[in-house]
Each structure stands twice: as structure tokens, then as C-alpha cells.
Design a protein around this ligand. Structure first.
Ligand SMILES: [Zn+2]
Length: 337
């Protein structure tokens, strides 16, 4: 079995995928028509996620706003959640901890969003055997008060499916220290904590760990530019949720030349690296492809590929009993190599 074949067949655990970025283009276009929402540039399902059909990367990333605007009814949330989870299950994803961004769906109360998403993830678990937990992401471009307000909403309407909070959108607009209070509130309520860091200095990683109490770092590629931060994260076993394809397109992880050298350096440094696909249809990828591309670029064989999955099992926010069950499923479903 080649590494590519192994990557397709192996069990996976998904710790870095955004619901808003995981909606199929055809679904976006269909929902836009149904709700009378214009699609910028009159883009079709074929061109919606084509980066070359946009003026630049910044304009391309605004496609997120369109997706946020067309997913508005409870049935829409149910549908897009179900579709992405069933698709992931087809790629061997056994468990996903998925980011949801309530602020992307302006005017739709969080409990309404949560009800639809919950219906979708329960149906996907029933039909495809994939489990899903939710991480509610604070938009760091918003105010500290908005962050606190979102956490209060999350706590008020909390269910067993909601395990933690995250922090995303443009890092330059929202340094982590802006959200100390929101994260402290989440911590007191027993919510787990993670945050994106892809373009900021390595000190942002330290701030996220020390001031926000983050237990994982999403992306975090610049960790390898600071030996002290690297050593600390290695020694503390801090998990990094890396996303090869989207980060290469977005140039977060380095050159954008397809070598994925920074992720390679993180692996070589002994950091706890996990692999996922971020916003899969937006970046023309899927849960298998990110592993295949990384394996081809770095020369990884099945032993390293399945190590990413085992690292993700241990980094997941399941309780000990659920984690043991997931570990056993991964072992049972790992192809011989
Ligand atoms: Zn992300």
C-alpha cells in the first residue's frame, strides 16, 4: 500500500475544520437562490471557491461572508452540518471537533443555530457513525465585550455537544490579549480553549497559553521561529492543529510553494502535530487530500500518517472513556502496513 493509498484508507480525527468553510459550493448557491441573497460577482458553484476567479486572496476569503449570509434557517444549519460530516465520514473521519462561528450568521440567535447544527450532527452520527463536538469561535476582529457576550451565550445555552471556545479571523486585528476576560469566563465554566495563530509573532502563542489558558494552538507555524517557545510547547505536549493545503494557499505556513517545510520542521522538532483540512471545499481539498499532499511533499510513510491520527485522539476533548473507545476504533480500523 502506497502512502497515498494508506492516507485514503486510514482512520482520521478532525480537530481543525470550520463549519462555515465546509459548505459545498452547490449548497451555497442553492441556499442563496432560495433566500434571495446575491452571490458577489454572480459566481456559480463552479467559480465560487476558485481563488483565480477573485481579485486577490483577501477578496477570496470574503466568500466566507456569503456562506454566512445564506445559512440562516435551522434547516440550513442542519443540512450543512450533516453534509460535511457525512462527507468526512466517507474519508475515514471518526470524530470531529468543529468550529462554528455564530457571528458569521448575523441576526440568527445562537440557540437557533445550535438547534439546527445539533440536529445535523446527531443525524450524521446515526447515519455515518461519525461523532462531532462543537467549538464556538470568537471573531477576534470584534470587541472584547462581544467576546465576553458570546461566551455568556454559549454558557447559557450549553449542551453536551459544546466542548469549548476558539478564536479566529485576522490575527493582526485581534491580538490574543484582547480576549483575556472572555477566555477566563469560559475557563471558569469548564469550557475547553483553543485559538488560531497563523500570522502573529511566536509571543502570541505564549500569550494564548499563559493568558488565555489555551490547551491547543490552531496552525501555530511560527512556533518554530523561536527555540524557547518550541521547547516549551514540546515539553508541555501542546497540540498544534495544522492544515497543509489552506495554509499553503494562504501563505501562513511559509513559502506557499507546496513544500510544507514548516509543518515538516514542527514534526522534526517533536511537537504534537495533527493534520486537518480547515475549510475543505473553499480550498479545493478534503480530509484525505491534505494527508496525501503532505505525505508526498515530506516523504511521510504510513507510520507518520497514523501517528498524526493518534496525536489527534490524545489531543481531543473527549472524556477518558470516550477517548479510550476512539483509540480502540482507530487501532481496529488502521490498515496493515
Ligand atoms: Zn482555521
Amino acid at each position: 500500500m502506497t502512502p497515498g493509498e494508506f492516507a485514503a484508507a486510514m482512520p482520521k480525527v478532525s480537530l481543525h475544520c470550520h463549519l462555515t468553510g465546509a459548505v459545498a459550493a452547490a449548497t451555497v448557491v442553492e441556499l442563496a437562490a432560495r433566500h434571495g441573497v446575491p452571490v458577489p460577482g454572480d459566481r456559480t458553484a463552479e467559480t465560487l471557491y476558485d481563488v483565480d476567479a477573485h481579485a486577490d486572496l483577501a477578496e477570496f476569503l470574503r466568500v466566507y461572508d456569503t456562506v454566512g449570509a445564506v445559512v440562516r434557517e435551522p434547516a440550513d444549519f442542519e443540512r450543512v452540518t450533516y453534509e460535511t460530516l457525512v462527507l468526512a465520514a466517507g474519508h475515514g473521519v471518526l470524530h470531529r471537533e468543529m468550529f462554528v462561528s455564530p457571528g458569521s450568521h448575523a441576526g440568527v440567535p445562537w440557540p437557533v443555530q445550535l438547534a439546527g447544527i445539533t440536529a445535523g450532527l446527531e443525524a450524521a452520527e446515526r447515519d455515518a457513525g461519525i461523532t462531532c463536538r462543537l467549538i464556538v469561535a470568537i471573531d477576534r476582529e470584534g470587541s472584547p465585550a462581544a467576546g465576553v457576550e458570546l461566551v455568556e451565550q454559549v454558557i447559557e445555552h450549553r449542551t453536551d455537544h459544546v466542548v469549548g471556545i476558539g478564536l479566529d479571523y485576522a490575527e493582526v486585528s485581534g491580538p490574543p490579549e484582547k480576549f483575556v476576560e472572555a477566555f477566563a469566563r469560559a475557563r471558569r465554566a469548564g469550557l475547553r480553549r483553543t485559538g488560531h495563530s497563523e500570522s502573529g509573532p511566536p509571543s502570541n502563542i505564549t500569550t494564548m497559553l499563559d493568558a488565555l489558558g489555551c490547551e491547543r494552538i490552531d496552525h501555530g507555524y511560527h512556533v518554530v521561529t523561536d527555540a524557547g517557545v518550541t521547547a516549551r510547547c514540546r515539553d508541555d505536549g501542546i497540540p498544534f492543529t495544522c492544515t497543509p493545503i489552506s495554509s499553503d494557499v494562504g501563505r501562513y505556513s511559509g513559502s506557499g510553494d507546496g513544500t510544507h517545510a514548516v509543518i515538516g520542521a514542527m514534526v522534526d522538532a517533536g511537537l504534537a502535530v495533527t493534520i486537518d483540512s480547515d475549510d475543505p471545499p473553499m480550498f479545493g481539498t478534503d480530509p484525505t487530500n491534505d494527508f496525501q499532499v503532505l505525505a508526498a511533499a515530506r516523504g511521510y510513510g504510513p507510520d507518520q500518517l497514523i501517528r498524526f491520527t493518534h496525536t489527534a485522539v490524545e489531543a481531543s476533548w473527549l472524556d477518558d472513556t470516550e477517548k479510550a473507545a476512539l483509540r480502540a476504533r482507530v487501532t481496529a480500523l488502521t490498515p496493515e502496513f
